[in-house]
Design a protein around this ligand. Structure first.
Ligand code: PLP
Length: 399
């Protein structure tokens, strides 16, 4: 039977290739960092989620190595059988402390945290109210729950309130949002969302994957930035971005909710414990965040340098305060082609960044998304700016 199915898949693959939707993977031949080796050539990386530069921080590597020696490689068990070590419990406590929550439950990834957070609470007589641009893992998690669903237009507080009113008869209403949306680096209006939720007696959940560790005055996240620590009921986040970038995620929040998830959440109950080495390294990451403001300070300085430099060159960059810095081509007719051509030329100039166009972002909103890191030096940022100046001139965007 496979013969004809293979034929079918080959033609479907050809189809997405011809539409320019095929995702090819660049192969990196070095550790993750500000500079990476691709095809034997050193290039500057401006598309990693390695915001604090901790993915190859010697302190984090050493903590992972020591934990590996002391605790072994893997646990070969789910948490509730024999997969919980004292390291897992310590990491959960320290994550709660960092996020300002009551308790935390670890998952193999934030994708799993989001996949397992709705179904245990949200039955037919409840409603999930979700931002249109929320992450794929939230969308999938919501699909697994039997709750009613309401999707509000991105960041539209009037539409959110209308949905809260429409579902006023639900036993429970949960408002769900990304803390930071990854295509623009824009923030959820968490203070307004918490006000609305309180007014309408609903709960709030925030996915902080693009925020934990580096947004807000001390890097706690969007809830710190918006002054609503303690008012958000559920936070999900990842260990796979700013917090070292390996793998792992968690759900953090109200004590009884976390306890309920340990009893009911399927990706937790039926999937392996995260390896001790990641717990040990993550504990070191949290120690660094508490004691060393260096990475956060460098990140903020680099971000300011990149954003203002691009603007001085005449590029269309949103105002904002996040290491995701999208460069738009809204004034140009063939914006998608331009974004692709520019990112290819930038790679030639030694700058690794990605152009996004429809259907990843809405039509007419193609962009190059840059992500800056504490691992970059000011000279790295300047090289990126020089490359943008050169390539921008070539494409008639800058003078
Ligand atoms: C990256 C990301 C995830 C997935 O995190 P993993 O730990 O890699 O599974 C979930 N939600 C958001 C908003 C993300 O950006």
């Amino acid at each position: 039977m496979y013969g004809s199915y293979g034929e079918y898949l080959r033609s479907e693959l050809e189809e997405i290739r011809s539409q320019g939707l095929y995702k090819s993977e660049r192969i990196i031949e070095s550790p993750q960092g500000a500079e990476v080796v691709v095809g034997g050539r050193k290039i500057l990386n401006f598309c990693a989620n390695n915001y604090l530069g901790l993915a190859s921080d010697p302190r984090v590597i050493e903590a992972a190595r020591q934990t590996l020696d002391q605790w072994g490689y893997g646990l070969s068990s789910v948490r509730f059988i024999c997969g919980t070590t004292s390291l897992h419990k310590r990491l959960e406590e320290e994550l709660s402390d960092f996020l300002g929550t009551e308790d935390t439950i670890l998952y193999a990834a934030c994708f799993d945290a989001n996949g397992g957070v709705f179904e245990p609470f949200m039955s037919e007589d409840t409603a999930i109210i979700t931002d249109q641009l929320n992450h794929a893992s939230i969308i999938d998690g919501v699909r697994l729950a039997k709750a009613r669903r309401a999707i509000y237009e991105h960041g539209d507080m009037e539409k959110l309130e209308a949905a809260l009113e429409l579902h006023a008869d639900a036993r429970l209403r949960l408002v769900v949002t990304d803390g930071v949306f990854s295509m623009d680096g824009d923030y959820a209006k968490l203070d307004e969302i918490c006000d609305l939720a309180e007014k309408h007696d609903a709960m709030v959940m925030v996915d902080e994957s693009h925020a934990t560790g580096f947004t807000g005055p001390t890097g706690r996240g969007t809830h710190e930035r918006c002054g609503v620590m303690g008012r958000v009921d559920v936070i999900t986040t990842t260990l796979g971005k700013a917090l070292g970038g390996a793998l792992g995620g968690c759900t953090s929040g109200r004590r009884e909710m976390i306890e309920w998830l340990r009893q009911k959440s399927r990706p937790y109950l039926f999937s392996n414990s995260i390896p001790p080495m990641i717990c040990g390294a993550s504990l070191e990451v949290l120690r660094i965040l508490r004691e060393d403001t260096g990475p956060l300070d460098r990140l903020r300085e680099n971000e300011r340098r990149l954003r203002s430099g691009l603007r001085e060159l005449g590029f269309d960059v949103n105002p904002g305060e996040h290491p995701i810095v999208p460069v738009h081509f809204r004034k140009h007719e063939y914006d998608a082609k331009l974004a692709q051509a520019m990112s290819a030329d930038l790679l030639e100039e030694g700058i690794y960044c990605i152009g996004f166009s429809f259907p990843v972002v809405p039509r007419g909103q193609a962009r190059i998304r840059l992500q800056v890191s504490a691992a970059h030096t000011p000279a790295h940022v300047d090289r990126c700016l020089e490359a943008f100046a050169t390539v921008g001139r070539r494409h008639g965007i800058t003078a």
